[in-house]
Design a protein around this ligand. Structure first.
Ligand code: FAD
Ligand code: SF4
Length: 453
């Protein structure tokens, strides 16, 4: 710990976002950065606690006190070395991790001013790239064994990276035209610039990982064949099926799954062209987002940048508690409190306890959505609360609806013993940091299995 009193003398300072009037005009990253002096001051606030709850809270077990100390002292290379020991791609988590560690930080308990680990992580990694501390490894000794990874999202990339460094010949297959999974085709560019994925992929390729794109692998028929061709297979295919809303009017033009909009927008920014008929656009429209989570929030930010007229977001569950603390899930756990994202700040009507009854249209095109306010009452027999209607149904005017209600957890058949599963494909929809941790764990298991053989 560089400065034992820093947490008493220096306040938490976030870099903050670009001004709204400026940022909604483009898809550039909204988050700003602190200068080097301010960044070091932020790092100095870490108290190097005897019991570091941040280690416990971070699924990767990132050792924030160690790299914050190195950062404070200006030892950037050491800071990156410590950080990359546990985190293979800190440039991603440094931008889009919800920072479970910061909520568990003792300073969050003390005065709700935790350390700025996530931003520190991004700053350390950018400095490491800038100064050339990150170079492809040329000392990898090959062991002659081959591993196939199905899915090039964060889980597959983390597994591929570890296995490659252990000496396996790694081939990554993906059905898309480029790697990254939801990092590239889900998370909007205003949260994560895709050039960062390309920069990391270049390194992985230079270190010997082979990527094969536009390869849809059947998880039933192809796997058994691949399992004979490769010594082991890692399935990292995420959660491909989004939850749909099959109510009357679902067939109307203008009702889309969130990822249809988000992936198309990211592809357009990557230079892909879509015909007028294929194009999903919020321009000049009243937009309704169904689902109150992060995917919904990404739809809001995208709709603003496309020039929508208005955005409303509805959620069937009650409004979460406001304020920093969640009495039901107290520190050091993650507080399930109301979250207001940069996209919400850009303008959005948010409503909770709303059930969706019907999509309404004219000449095959969506014009509105019939909704019903509800209440959740305790079930006298125990179990799930009961939904009761409140007042009369109403209609929200909308020409574009985006369904952002989560993803179904995939089911897998019994695979041969050399087939392992990781990331969202194994655990259901979650977070990038959890996908990375899971990819690393499965890489270790794959190695153990192949070492025994
Ligand atoms: C819109 C959106 C925003 C999000 N924002 C955040 C955020 O800000 N922070 C955060 O931490 N998390 C966020 N998440 C969650 C996070 O993106 C996921 O938890 C994470 O990407 C899961 O990683 P994964 O590698 O398991 O799966 P994925 O990222 O889904 O990758 C799976 C890969 O497998 C490929 N694939 C699938 N089936 C096949 C097949 N049969 N053959 C070949 N390839 C196949 C896919 O093309 C894809 O590339 C967000 C999710 C969404 C949808
Ligand atoms: S990956 Fe996320 S939880 Fe882990 S140290 Fe970084 S910001 Fe914190």
């Amino acid at each position: 710990m560089g400065n034992p009193k820093a947490f008493l003398e220096i306040h938490r300072q976030e870099a903050g976002y670009r001004p709204i009037h400026d940022r909604i005009l483009d898809f550039g990253e909204v988050e700003q950065t602190l200068n080097t002096r301010e960044r070091k001051l932020q790092a100095s606030r870490c108290m190097d606690c005897g019991v570091p709850f941040c280690h416990w809270a971070c699924p990767l077990g990132n050792k924030a006190p160690e790299w914050n100390d190195a950062l404070y002292k200006g030892e950037w290379e050491l800071a990156y070395h410590l950080l990359s020991n546990t985190n293979p791609f800190p440039e991603f988590t440094g931008r889009i991790c919800p920072a479970l560690c910061e909520k568990a930080c003792v300073l969050n308990r003390f005065n709700h001013e935790p350390t700025t680990n996530r931003e520190d992580e991004a700053a350390i990694t950018e400095m490491a790239f800038q100064e050339g501390y990150i170079q492809p490894r040329t000392d990898i000794v090959r062991n002659g064994k081959k591993v196939a990874i199905i899915g090039a999202g964060p889980a597959g990339l983390a597994a591929a990276n570890d296995l490659n460094l252990l000496g396996y010949h790694v081939t990554v297959f993906d059905k898309n035209e480029a790697a990254g999974g939801l990092l590239r085709y889900g998370i909007p560019n205003f949260k994560l610039n895709k050039a960062l994925i390309n920069r990391r992929l270049k390194l992985l390729e230079e270190e010997g990982i082979l990527f094969k794109y536009n390869q849809q692998i059947s998880l039933t028929s192809d796997i058994n064949h691949l399992a004979t061709e490769y010594d082991a297979i890692v399935i990292a295919t995420g959660t491909p099926t989004a939850r749909d809303l099959n109510i009357p009017g679902r067939e109307l033009k203008g009702v889309h799954l969130a990822l249809e909009l988000l992936s198309q927008q990211n592809r357009i920014l990557a230079g892909m062209e879509f015909s007028k008929a294929e194009r999903i656009s919020a321009k000049g429209k009243d937009v309704l987002v169904i689902g109150g989570g992060d995917t919904g929030s990404d739809c809001i930010g995208t709709a603003h940048r496309q020039g929508c007229k208005s955005v409303t977001q509805i959620e069937i569950m009650p409004k979460p508690v406001e304020g920093p603390d969640d009495p039901q899930n107290p520190w050091p756990n993650w507080p399930r409190t109301l979250k207001t994202t940069s996209s919400h700040e850009e303008g959005c009507t948010r409503r909770w306890n709303i059930n969706t009854l019907e999509f309404i249209g004219k000449n095959g095109h969506l014009t509105g959505v019939r909704i019903q306010e509800i209440d959740w009452q305790q079930n006298p027999e125990g179990g799930r609360p009961i939904m009761v209607e409140k007042g009369k149904p109403e209609i929200i005017k909308a020409e574009l609806v985006l369904l952002a209600m989560g993803f179904l957890k995939p089911e897998h058949p019994q695979y041969p013993e050399n087939v392992l599963i990781c990331g969202d494909a194994a655990n259901g929809a979650s977070l990038v940091v959890r996908a990375l941790a899971s990819g690393r764990q499965i890489a270790a298991k794959t190695n153990q299995y192949l070492m025994k053989k």
